[in-house]
Structure formats: C-alpha cells, structure tokens
Design a binder for this molecule. Sequence first.
Ligand code: SF4
Length: 321
Amino acid sequence: MIEIDMDSLIKLVEEKRPKLVLVTCPPGIRLKCIEIITGLSNTYNFDAIFLGESCYGICDLAESEASFIQADLLLHIGHNSALKKAGKMTYFIEAYDNISLIPVIEKALPLIKMYKKIGLCTIGPHLKKLDEARDYLQELGFFVYIGDSVPPLQKGQVFGCNYSTCEAIMPYVEVFLFMGSSRFHAIGLYNFLEKPVFMLDPYTLEVVPIEQDALKIKKRLIFNFYKAVDAKSIGIIVGLKEGQFNMTAAFKLYKELKFLGRKVYLIAMKDISNDKLNAFPDIDVFIETACPRIGEDFFDKPVLSLQYGLKLVEYLKGQKF
Ligand code: SF4
C-alpha cells in the first residue's frame, strides 16, 4: 500500500497557506493523491488542480503550467529524491510502498547463492525497505553494499538516467539486486555498469536476470546509430520539460551536423511519441536531447539519445565508434 508523507505535506500547506495548488504525480498514485489533496483542500481552504499530463520522473517539473494557471504552490508527489524543492515553486512530497522485500529475496536465493558480495538498489517507493533487505541478506552470510546518497539520489536509490549510488560501490560488488518492478531501471543499470543484475519484483515475486533484455536494447541502439550514419536529414529534439531542457546540447549537435553536410532541423517537443515524430515525414532520424532513455522506446524511425548523437558527430568526423 502506498503511503504519502503527510507530515511534510501538512507542514508545507500550513506554512504556505496557498489559495490555488497544482498537483502533479506519476499515474500509479494519482487516485491516492486526489483523495488526499481533496481532503486537505477542504481542511485548509484551497483549490487544487490535478495535472493530467505525463509525469515520468523528478525531471518532469510543471512550473510553466503552474505559473500559467497562477497557482501559488506546485506539489510534485511520489518522485522521492534528496531534494525537497526545485525551481520557483515545486515542492517534492515523498510516497512509499510498504510492501516487504523479503519474500522476493527468499525466492531469489537459489539464483544468487553463488555470489558473496551483493549491491542493493531500488527506486523511490521501496527506499525505506532497503535496510531491512540488507539485514536479511547479511544474516544469511552475504556481504551487502548500498551506495551512499549522491544528490539528487538518496542512499541506494537509482533514476533511469542516474546510477551514481551503484557506481560508487561497483568495485566491491559481484552482482546487483534491483528491488522493484521496473525492467527499465534494471536494464539501465546493467547497460551502465555491465555487471550482473537481477530484478526482484516484490509484487509478482518474479526474479529476472536482466542481461538478455539489456543486450537486446543495446543491439537496437547500435543498429539505430548506424542508420543515423546514413541519414540525410536529422531532427534534433529539444525537450520542453523543464528538467529535460538542454538547448545548449541541441544547438551544438545542430551546428556540428550541419557542418558535416546533413540537413538538420531543430524541433521542440514535450512528450516524444511516435505520432508526433511521424508528423515529420521528411526526417530520416531523430536525436533527442531530453531524457537519455527515450531512444530505448519503440519508434518507427530511429531515435538516438544525446549520448549517441555526440558519438555520431565524432564518428562522422572519422573517429571509431
Ligand atoms: S531524464 Fe528520463 S530517466 Fe532521468 S529522471 Fe527524467 S524521465 Fe527518468
């Protein structure tokens, strides 16, 4: 069951005394947020607007929407991090799932028994259960490592684009256990560190060695890269979400690729979808400078991340891949 950090929420509302609050959160906890914020709005006499747009990560701020509707407080609920505030009016409120991690670890034991040194990591909802998981494994004789907080990451936390906590403990670890139901995060971890990773899903009790999935994605990224090498026209996408906005990188790619003889277009977009990309039929390949993981989704045309876009420039200048 999801629990929202009510103490921080009430303290913030009492301190700010808002009149109009914009609320954003991941879809999975939206119902819970509506229930809680509606209750609070009656007690503290404010109006609330719930943002019906995507909210994939801490990068998904909605400050421009908040200022457009003249909200005086923006609550971003459920993307836990070491930050409490961002921008001019965004306050992060944490949410946790109280499901135990022990049953899925028990299930994983036959698969991990050949390892001695284990790295543990997870995403926001399970952070409070990580120490209990470590203690359980240690009692069984494993050496267990959890990376310290590297802001904006809390201790043991990973984002889809940030694995610094795991990078720090990598030299001591033989295998990583990613606690959670997100293949996306486990795949990112494997491809970033190239160490064995198991995804342990506390809801379905599935234990998944992630290597095959991760390698399939890597192959597709490399295939897309070589398609981009032959592309005549390239669209550089500037992400319009505040936490993903990177105009400097987009312009750098734009200028370099133009210099290298490609037809290049700059395109601005908030959410990147197949339908939106297909509305540019003359463009062969896209490079997105927003979220480094978007290129792993399935699109009709190749979509490269900024990282692969920069590699493309180097490759076209004659350097090896
Ligand atoms: S940039 Fe992408 S991977 Fe990173 S937090 Fe945002 S949505 Fe997640």
